[in-house]
Design a protein. Structure first.
Length: 168
């Protein structure tokens, strides 16, 4: 079982002025990989709050996978990538690259996403878009690899390379 955390970065969502549809989509899709949302929070678009929440989920709660939604655009308040970069040890650029590549097939605006992904200790943190549609499209691309990624981080799986027999 993957222990997951969902963090929605939204000024309006954190004050109850907007329903968090994107976070609900994440929670729904996590079930496809046998993940359970052990933590689900909505925080304002404040770098210190987002960073502190990511640290708490990773270090104190032992969350395996944290998925954020919101704050990856160009608005002055969109600072989720910066908050994530401040707390990760290593970047995982292939994940946001794959999401952007797939999203570009749908809209040229996908190239405006500033989402990042990275590792903090044994926790994988991934930034997703703020819209429910964008969350669904991006998660559908990366969901198949997330269980293996978490297994590697937890020391439960070895190499990612396949043998010649596995590739057939």
């Amino acid at each position: 079982m993957i222990k997951a955390g969902i963090l929605t970065a939204s000024d309006k969502g954190s004050t109850g002025q907007r329903a968090d549809e994107s976070g609900r989509v994440i929670a729904e899709l996590l079930g496809q990989i046998g993940a359970e949302a052990a933590e689900y929070i909505i925080v304002p678009d404040e770098k210190a709050v987002i960073s502190a929440s990511l640290i708490r989920m990773a270090d104190e709660l032992g969350i395996d996978l944290i998925l954020t939604t919101g704050g990856t655009g160009f608005s002055p308040r969109d600072i989720t990538p910066e908050a994530t970069l401040a707390v990760i040890d290593r970047q995982v650029p292939g994940i946001p690259e794959a999401m952007r590549r797939k999203s570009l097939e749908i809209t040229p605006r996908a190239m405006l996403s500033r989402a990042v992904a990275g590792i903090r200790n044994k926790t994988l943190i991934i930034n997703l878009p703020g819209s429910p549609k964008g969350v669904r499209e991006c998660l559908e691309v990366i969901l198949p690899v997330l269980p293996h990624a978490v297994e590697i981080l937890k020391g439960q799986a070895g190499e990612c390379a396949r043998t010649a027999a596995e590739s057939r």
